[in-house]
Design a protein around this ligand. Sequence first.
Ligand code: FAD
Length: 436
Amino acid sequence: THDIHIIGGGLAGSEAAWQLAQAGHKVKLSEMRGSGSMTAAHQSDRLAELVCSNSFRSDDAERNAVGLLHQEMRDLGSLILGQGDIYKVPAGSALAVDRDGFADGVTAMLAGHPNITIVRERVDQLPGEGLTIVATGPLTAPGLADSIGSATGKESLAFFDAIAPILHFESIDFTTAWYQSRWNKGEGKDYINCPMSKDEYLAFHAGLIAGEKTEFREWENVPYFEGCMPVEVMAERGVDTLRYGPMKGVGLDDPRTGRWPYAVVQLRQDNASGTLWNMVGFQTKLKYGAQVELFRTIPGLENAEFARLGGLHRNTFIRSPELLDPTLRLKSRPNIRFAGQITGCEGYVESAAIGLLAGRFAAAELAGTTLASPPRETALGALLAHITGEAEVETYQPMNVNFGLFPPIEGRSKKADRKLMYTSRARAAFSGWISA
Ligand code: FAD
């Protein structure tokens, strides 16, 4: 027997299970991978598998909202951040991880916990009674998605986004490519750069536009997440859009010319041993053949061997601001909480953060107490408030944590100072909340 049933062992479900188990409650964690079911993006049966980038983004708790969120989660004993810190790989001021080591670490911690039972099964119906957390993510299996749809009385929203290709280190040509972080920030070997002349860039841009794409008619006219926009969609916005975005050459000195290149493709380390590198910002829905052909025109990647090509996937989430109460319970069926990306937060860290809160709210409920919500001035509080009511219902879209979700700081100040003001205010509010 168990005190609570968690459905989905991804970033959010793993974190929620850990928080509840650590508080002394018996958890049943159902995960469909490993029982014959798969999603379109996962590749293994490991819990907390990272489906795309291996980065938890900025780890700067003073000037960056996601860095601040990292810090708050560490202070609350987060399993995801704890294992992320253990399996960290070099990435400048970002926290990037060895994806296999990380997911193995999370799986082992949960499997070894005396209060957690992991069951490999697909759940097709929302449980009628008993405390439940639904953390089945953007790729929730269709049967359960239908069941959620009928319980909420609303259509779940379907989105798509794209994943970036990963290539083998030994296939990169270092007579053209070189190691350097932009403006020489971070460790010298965090990024590999592949430079382009103006002519090369223009030809590449034309190739992106002309390349054959996967058709997804049923999802046409659905907005993309900013930050995970397919490279060819950016290319369509204008000939220079990429050159001012992921392909910008500024702050990078091509050793062959001593100058900044006209444009650049950057690669970032993808695993601890440094054998795999991902193409930064190159999420794409180009067909596989078109990807290989076009990406091998990038100087330095003429002989590139790809470990994984880019792709396109479904993304399911509910209209949380309307459906959920402030502690993430479904208003119409309060025995059920939602956590992770299915609530409409966006990102590994945000998903785990909402899992952490769902776990803690449920733990308090099981203990017969209540947990005050984290203050709105904190990163956790700002994200939670957005999901559970602050966001516009009609235009609700997946959201990363950012200072725009925090209560504004009054008065005028320099941009750099403002970030510090947000984070120092947050730290004070967080300390007050923890001690209360
Ligand atoms: P998941 O980590 O997906 O976990 C959900 C789990 O539930 C899965 O293990 C799944 O197998 C299981 N499950 C689903 N249905 C059932 C069922 N019926 N019964 C039992 N188990 C079930 N975020 C980033 O920060 N960086 C990125 O680069 C990034 N890239 C992404 C690329 C793609 C293609 C997608 C779809 C999302 C991406 N995201 C990215 C967004 C998001 O942060 C991640 O998907 C994150 O893993 C979400 O965490 P989660 O716990 O909500 O869901």
